[in-house]
Design a protein around this ligand. Structure first.
Ligand SMILES: *Cc1c(COP(=O)(O)O)cnc(C)c1O
Length: 372
């Protein structure tokens, strides 16, 4: 927790210790580079952490969402319900299978899908609800699963940022038919590029394992090609890198929680709306995200922070306002998705990472509190 201030202060920097690096070197020297023993070991580790039975490692978090939708048979003419505020990949994978994203506004207190607005968006074409656990806070999965059961819909959790997040004792990724994690360097543990799909059933997991590896039926010998699959494999050295970092997950979460507590009690609330965590939820704090009064203030605050060697950025997009979606569906986001638009146009992610020190967070708070 000690340490001096190192300028500039970045939003986030991946940290790898010597043991993590050695784990990669060992695999590089072994001669087995692609999906093998280390990938299987990582999948076991994820199952142990999340309390799930079926995990499959894939090449990135977008691939994992893509495979989940294909495994569910989501296709042209279908609709998938997602929050209007997320990383763009959440919507892109729906377009990639030929289906249409149906956006629902968010609750500004949690940045997650507003469950009270989902039912209105369900049609005879709806196949799936894909909630996002934004910034590492679980969406209201009790209510989402209730609606999915009532209307016979599948549920895919975009848990890209939420490895280790919980509602009560249940882990993110285990509420839906599928749960998808990303292992990008902006997430809690990283393989550079990587992803994980948790499947509810063995049948679904077999399908994922087949599709990620050229359609080869897992364990078949001679190889049986039962699907037109992808190459969405993770390498063994990437898997070893993640397995090694997973030793530190409890301490990463603890460290971030201490820093977040400091932010929450130190930041001025006259110009910033601070995030809140609903009772019973465990946030994994992939991102600490605040909302300014207006876009002008947010943009000036970014410049003010930059002048003080603190580099911050937007947290996520109001997806229907992005060029492709705005043009294709003629959305008027400011009117149709006011909270998502506000989170996008006035939101700001503040520095938070495993290596950020309390002194640095204290400095960030001082700089923000001096902003005029
Ligand atoms: C990071 C992220 C993704 C994409 O993951 P990649 O590993 O970068 O492909 C998808 N959805 C959300 C919500 C994300 O934050």
């Amino acid at each position: 927790m000690e340490g001096k201030i190192q300028h500039p202060i970045f939003l986030s920097r991946p940290y790898l210790d010597d043991e993590d690096i050695q784990a990669v070197v060992t695999v590089l020297k072994s001669g087995n580079l692609v999906q093998g023993k280390e990938v299987a070991l990582l999948e076991e580790k994820i199952n142990t952490l999340a309390g799930s039975n079926y995990a499959s490692a894939v090449s990135n978090g977008t691939a994992s969402l893509h495979l989940a939708l294909i495994a569910l048979g989501v296709k042209e003419g279908d609709e998938v319900i997602i929050p209007a505020f997320s990383y763009i990949a959440t919507a892109n994978v729906i377009e990639l299978v030929g289906a249409a994203p149906v956006f629902v506004d968010i609750d500004l207190r949690t940045f997650n899908i507003d469950v009270s607005q989902i039912e209105n968006k369900i049609t005879s074409r709806t196949k799936c609800i894909m909630p996002v656990h934004e910034f590492g806070l679980c969406a209201n999965m009790g209510e989402i699963n209730r609606l999915a059961n009532a209307y016979g819909l599948a549920v895919v959790e975009d848990a890209a940022c939420a490895i280790g997040a919980k509602i009560g004792d249940q882990f993110a990724g285990t509420f839906g038919d599928f749960g998808s994690f990303s292992l990008h360097p902006r997430k809690s543990v990283t393989s550079g590029e990587g992803g994980i799909v948790i499947s509810k059933t063995k049948e679904f997991d077999d399908k994922i394992k087949t599709l990620r590896n050229h359609g080869i039926k897992p364990g078949s010998f001679p190889m049986e090609f039962v699907e037109a699959g992808f190459n969405y494999r993770l390498t063994d050295f990437q898997a070893a890198l993640v397995s090694s970092q997973m030793r530190r997950l409890p301490s990463i979460f603890k460290h971030k929680e201490i820093l977040v507590d400091f932010y929450l009690k130190s930041l001025r609330t006259d110009i910033l709306m601070l995030p809140s965590v609903p009772e019973g939820y465990t946030h994994s704090w992939q991102t600490f995200h605040v909302v300014c009064q207006n876009e002008e203030t947010r943009n000036q605050l970014i410049l003010w922070l930059k002048e003080h060697q603190i580099f911050c950025n937007y947290g996520a997009q109001c997806i229907p306002a992005m060029t492709f979606y705005r043009n294709k569906y003629q959305f008027e986001s400011q009117i149709q998705f006011p909270s998502a638009f506000k989170a996008y146009s006035c939101g700001l992610a503040l520095p938070l990472s495993e290596t950020l020190t309390m002194q640095e967070v204290s400095y960030v708070c001082d700089v923000i509190n001096q902003f005029k």
